[in-house]
Design a protein around this ligand. Structure first.
Ligand code: H79
Length: 451
């Protein structure tokens, strides 16, 4: 009897242990799914920065085709895989890149340390396919990390899961079924070693994963890797591309409880308004992630209004440039970014550290808010009259354009009637400031018609 009881107790203990050890910190509530363990304070700091630089770079710039999908298409595999032997960007200057980001008003920088081709821009002890195998032989990632520190820019690293080079990763970008000779567990050991190496050597503020959508990778592997990385650096911020659930290029509604990571990553589009879950849109300055000769760039207005629309939805913008094969960022891109920075010098208060809303963005205006101010962003400089739904229980003490000129505002029947100058002062994008008698964060979301 005693033996049976002990056995029974043992079983209960084992079951109890299995339930609680596998659910770990993530499943306080079983239906809540994965839980990010990054503190709200850290995420608030990240989201307050609003604007960062994405850099896509690697040997593929020698061909000027896309880094993510030209191998085996525009560029034959045998050519693509030998490009690293010619990669010698002698004009690379980390300080200049970081200064370009700083002058643009960007607060953080994310470099493609390893893209899908598997080529590592830092000297890695865990692969031969890295910058030391190129004629350049300089630690690009290390130099950028150093320059970022020097210029007070947060240093972040992109690292894709899928890998066209490592034989242990089962999908080889050849359209064939997963390779039975590959070994996913060995591959995971390699990427864990590499990630430990970069966290130790470069201390990134944030890691930006990608390429997790292929079949060999699972959400459980993502959760395991998230835990592993947070074990190495508690405050590390990690994007949501460690798990399958993400907005990316889709328009579908995402289930935040299923996400693995700290923030969502809409790709090539402004994310949906969301005050609850952090997100960052990644968008290219031209049409390609990696450098493309004579690429069509966005206009200055498109660049700035993309940033405004992102902040108005309560998200960050990771704005991408692709430096050239010689190591420089194209001058016209540097100039465009500098003009964004010039606009931000005047209007930065309406972007950095703000929250989205209370007006939901539409095609004519959007809004951001901070303390007792609401910033109404006007997309068209020729707009003369603006009618906005009034905030209930809140008084507007002052209304003015951000260049200082006051603007007439009358409140009637729950609406603000605002008379603007016949030509707004800024040729790119204007900001109307409403100063309130209360903190603007308490105002509920308002769906305003675009008229
Ligand atoms: O690094 C840049 C691109 O090179 C990389 N992501 C950005 C940040 C990228 N690689 N591939 N793609 C983007 C295209 C991916 C398309 C996807 Fe899907 C849509 C992946 C998941 C949703 C295709 C369709 C694969 C699964 C469904």
């Amino acid at each position: 009897m005693y033996r049976i009881m002990t056995k029974y107790l043992q079983q209960v203990l084992i079951i109890w242990f299995l339930i609680f050890s596998t659910s770990g910190v993530f499943a306080q509530d079983k239906n809540a799914g994965f839980r990010s363990t990054t503190s709200k304070e850290i995420m608030d700091e990240f989201m307050s920065m609003r604007f960062g630089m994405f850099i896509h770079w690697g040997p593929v710039t020698l061909r000027g085709t896309e880094i993510g999908w030209s191998r085996g298409h525009e560029v034959p595999v045998s050519d693509y895989d030998n490009l690293y032997k010619e990669f010698n960007p002698v004009l690379f200057n980390a300080d200049e890149w970081v200064k370009t980001a700083k002058d643009a008003g960007m607060k953080y920088l994310t470099i493609t340390s390893k893209h899908h081709d598997g080529f590592c821009l830092w000297p890695s002890e865990h692969t031969e396919y890295d910058i030391m195998a190129s004629p350049f032989k300089k630690d690009i990632v290390g130099e950028l990390a150093k320059a970022c520190k020097k210029h007070d820019i947060k240093f972040c690293m992109y690292f894709t899961i899928l890998d066209w080079h490592d034989a242990n990763y089962p999908v080889h970008n050849d359209g064939k079924a997963p390779d039975p000779d590959a070994d996913m567990s060995k591959f995971i050991v390699t990427i864990k070693n590499q990630l430990k190496e970069v966290i130790t050597n470069y201390d990134p503020y944030m890691l930006w994963f990608d390429g997790q959508w292929e079949s060999p990778w699972t959400d459980d592997m993502g959760i395991d890797l998230y835990n592993y990385l947070k074990g190495l650096k508690k405050d590390l911020i990690i994007n949501n591309r460690l798990g399958k659930e993400m907005t990316a290029i889709h328009s579908k509604e995402v289930d935040y409880r299923k996400m693995v990571g700290d923030f969502d990553t809409p790709e090539q589009k402004v994310g949906n308004f969301n005050l609850d879950f952090p997100w960052e849109s990644c968008i290219t300055i031209g049409t390609q992630w990696a450098w493309k000769p004579n690429d069509k760039l966005k206009t200055l207005q498109e660049c700035i209004q993309t940033l405004i629309k992102t902040a108005s939805g309560n998200g960050n913008l990771l704005f991408n440039v692709g430096p050239m094969m010689d190591g420089r960022i194209e001058q016209r891109q540097v100039d465009l970014l500098k003009q964004m920075g010039d606009w931000l010098k005047v209007y930065g208060e309406s972007i950095y550290g703000t929250k989205g809303g209370p007006y939901m963005p539409n095609s004519i205006f959007s809004s951001t808010r901070k303390d007792n101010k609401v910033f109404v962003h006007l997309f068209d400089a020729s707009i003369e009259k603006l009618i906005l739904p009034a905030f209930s229980g809140v008084k507007v003490l002052k209304s003015s354009l951000m260049n200082g000129k006051s603007v007439q505002l009358k409140e009637t029947d729950g609406k603000y009637f605002i008379k603007l100058p016949s030509q707004l002062p800024d040729s790119v994008s204007n900001v109307l400031v409403l100063e309130l008698d209360k903190n603007a964060n308490g105002i509920p979301i308002i769906h305003a018609e675009s008229k």
